[in-house]
Ligand binder design. Structure first.
Ligand SMILES: [Zn+2]
Length: 201
């Protein structure tokens, strides 16, 4: 390789590194703005880290209730993954597990949309976190069957999940399959990120 070629290559690498940095800055800038806009809706007097910690503690507390009840070993949640967009308008999710796949997922991380979490903190603590924990408890009990023609979503919120929700004290769990949160702050965040990224290129 000639010295010239090496220099050209180095220039390209430097440019790529700068572009990646700009992409990173655009993405984190949009996320920071979305969180800053959301924080006035969260309970005052707490840092974002304390609120995240509360979510984690509550998830573990609820899961301990269920594993205890079902005579299962305690399952320690590794943490909650917070993100600005989980796709498909989702507020929270856990990895899927099915008995049909032959194997049950062994590592469960709850993902939470942090923009919605800060704006609807109590809904998350009292509805959406229990909802996800009930999925994990179902998986720990061996998963759920998928009937022919049934969607994964319908099967995942079947009898097993409904029972775990009832065991957490929900009298009408079927009303908590879908959320009805205003998604517009999430769409604004995505729009803002798109605009910032456009400026990079
Ligand atoms: Zn669900």
């Amino acid at each position: 390789m000639s010295v010239r070629a090496v220099n050209d290559l180095q220039t390209s690498i430097d440019q790529l590194a700068r572009t990646l940095e700009s992409i990173d800055a655009a993405m984190s800038g949009a996320y920071d703005k979305a969180l800053n806009d959301a924080i006035p809706y969260a309970p005052s007097g707490y840092t974002i880290y304390q609120l995240r910690g509360n979510a984690q503690k509550e998830a573990q507390r609820l899961l301990d209730i269920l594993t205890d009840r079902y005579g299962l070993p305690r399952y320690e949640l590794t943490g909650i993954a917070f993100a600005g967009d989980l796709g498909f308008g989702r507020a929270a999710l856990v990895p899927k597990c099915t008995t049909n796949a032959g194997q049950v997922e062994t590592s469960f991380v709850i993902s939470i949309n942090e923009i919605l979490f800060l704006r609807h903190y109590e809904d998350f603590l009292y509805i959406y976190i229990p909802h996800e924990v009930a999925h994990i408890a179902t998986c720990l009990r061996g998963g759920f069957p998928i009937e022919r023609g049934e969607t994964l979503h319908a099967a995942a919120h079947g009898e097993e999940w409904l029972q775990s929700m009832k065991d957490l004290g929900f009298t009408e769990p079927e009303t908590h399959i879908f959320h009805n949160l205003d998604m517009s702050p999430v769409y604004e965040y995505k729009l803002d990120m798109g605009k910032r990224l456009k400026e990079v290129f």
